[in-house]
Every structure is written in structure tokens, then in C-alpha cells.
Design a binder for this molecule. Structure first.
Ligand SMILES: Nc1ncnc2c1ncn2[C@@H]1O[C@H](COP(=O)(O)OP(=O)(O)OP(=O)(O)O)[C@@H](O)[C@H]1O
Ligand SMILES: [Mg+2]
Length: 246
């Protein structure tokens, strides 16, 4: 009666990662289904950002497999991985502070050369992020944190990705911007982009994720549908903290 599980868009299988002698991932296995938002939760230094770097080819695992749309990403360079359809919104946004908002957004299209479609996509970004419209000529470094997050998201979308990976997209933002960024992630996802995001704020992440994984010192200790994890006492004790339940 059950349908066979469809092939995931992204799969990390038994990944072991080291920095020198120090092992950071222990048989890490994560899958992201097509069209889903998957969240990786975990405390400081648990190996979350390193997981993103593995997906983007910035760090090489010592063993294990990483595949996207059925093909291995191991050994590919970051630009090759972007061309396969993965775009990133790195930690702390990483904008070119002295360049304009427009230049930063267009940077995301570096893998494309369809000029007219790029111009159309820029217009589309201004529909999706209307606040950026008046700021296209402004120095990116002079934007507020929330505005910078939007530029980073627009830049990622300019490569027309099939998947976006994001490192702590709500970190350091005011509550208003946190809600806005989460809503934008939902909107992007509804348009067909799968999302893999790293978050420390479990209660926020579980609001928008389909599935979540909990990483503890490099090991997945808990995973499942976000709805189930939200009510799981283990995650509540470890990450949601009794007091902030709202
Ligand atoms: N380039 C590096 N060289 C050596 N060790 C590193 C390097 N990058 C990260 N580490 C170590 O690997 C471990 C995991 O780091 P990582 O950045 O993946 O954690 P994280 O879960 O993203 O943490 P945070 O919540 O603080 O962002 C940490 O102990 C960190 O010190
Ligand atoms: Mg990190």
C-alpha cells in the first residue's frame, strides 16, 4: 500500500569530516526531499556550518557520500555545485560591503549569461523584496542586518537554484525581520525551491520546516517531521527551553 520513497533531492550518507585530527561529523546522514524545507538544529560547535560547507564543496569529507539530484557532488568545485542548482546564503550574509545592493544581487547570477532573463529576475527580486527597490544604489555595508539578509537571499535566488542552503538566516535580526525572513523562506519554497537551513532557534525553525535533524557534537541524535519534533520532550528540554514556549 505504501508508495516507494521518492529519491531525495539532496542526500548526505555516512559523512565523516575532520579538521586535522579532530572529527566533526560522525556518520552523518541527512536527506532533503524535493520541495521540502529541512532544518538542521544544534548547539554551538555541533558541526552545523561545516555541514553547509560540505554541501557547497568548501570542506571535503574524509568519507561518505553527498549527492544532489542523483549525482555525486564529491570532488566538485563550489561554482560547479552552484551550476548544478544549489545556492547559498552564508552565515552573516557575506555581502561585498563597498559594492551597491544592485551589484551584490547581480553577483548571484555569475553562473548565467542570459542577460535579458537576468534583468527580468532582478525585477522579480524587487517584487519579492520590495524594500530593496529604493536601495539598489546604496552601499550594501550601510544596510541594516535585516536588509542585508534580504540582499543575500535575492543574490542566492539570482542563480535560479533548485535548492537554497542557509546558515542561521535569522541570527541577529530584530523580531520583525525574523518573521519577515521566515515568511520569505516559505514563499521561496512555495515557488519550488527546496531549502536546507541551519538554525539555533529550534522553535522558529520548526514553525516552517517539514523535517528537522538535531546535531549534537557531530552526531544526529534526533530527526523526523517538524510537527512531531515540536512536541518531542527531548527537543523541548534541549533546545526550546521551558520558558520560551509561546
Ligand atoms: N576551519 C576550521 N579548522 C579547524 N576547526 C574548525 C574549522 N571550522 C570549524 N572548526 C571546528 O569544528 C567544530 C564545528 O564547527 P561548526 O562551525 O561547524 O559548528 P556550528 O555548529 O556551526 O557552530 P555555531 O553554532 O557556533 O555556528 C567546532 O569545534 C569548530 O571549532
Ligand atoms: Mg555555525
Amino acid at each position: 500500500m505504501t508508495n516507494p520513497a521518492p529519491e531525495p533531492l539532496l542526500a548526505l550518507s555516512n559523512v565523516n569530516t575532520f579538521y586535522g585530527q579532530a572529527q566533526v561529523h560522525f556518520d552523518l546522514s541527512i536527506t532533503v526531499a524535493r520541495g521540502h524545507i529541512v532544518c538542521l538544529l544544534g548547539g554551538n560547535a555541533s558541526g552545523k556550518s561545516t555541514t553547509m560547507k560540505i554541501i557547497l564543496g568548501l570542506v571535503k569529507p574524509r568519507s561518505g557520500e553527498v549527492s544532489f539530484d542523483g549525482a555525486s557532488l564529491i570532488g566538485l568545485t563550489t561554482p560547479q555545485i552552484v551550476r548544478r542548482g544549489i545556492a547559498s546564503v552564508p552565515e552573516a550574509r557575506r555581502l561585498f560591503a563597498d559594492m551597491s545592493v544592485r551589484e551584490n544581487i547581480l553577483m548571484g547570477a555569475f553562473v548565467r549569461n542570459d542577460r535579458e532573463a537576468i534583468a527580468q529576475d532582478l525585477d522579480k527580486m524587487l517584487t519579492l523584496f520590495p524594500k530593496l527597490g529604493q536601495r539598489l544604489a546604496q552601499r550594501a555595508g550601510s544596510l541594516s542586518g535585516g536588509e542585508q539578509q534580504m540582499v543575500a537571499m535575492a543574490r542566492a535566488l539570482m542563480s535560479r537554484p533548485r535548492m537554497i542552503v542557509m546558515d542561521e538566516p535569522t541570527m541577529g535580526l530584530s523580531p520583525l525581520y525574523v518573521d519577515r525572513v521566515l515568511e520569505l523562506i516559505r514563499t521561496i519554497n512555495r515557488e519550488g525551491v527546496s531549502v536546507f537551513m541551519v538554525e539555533q532557534n529550534a522553535s522558529l525553525a520548526l514553525e516552517i520546516a517539514h523535517e528537522a535533524y538535531v546535531l549534537q557534537t557531530g552526531k544526529i541524535v534526533l530527526s523526523g517531521p517538524a510537527r512531531a519534533l515540536k512536541d518531542d520532550p527531548r527537543i523541548r528540554d534541549a533546545y526550546l527551553g521551558g520558558s520560551e514556549a509561546a
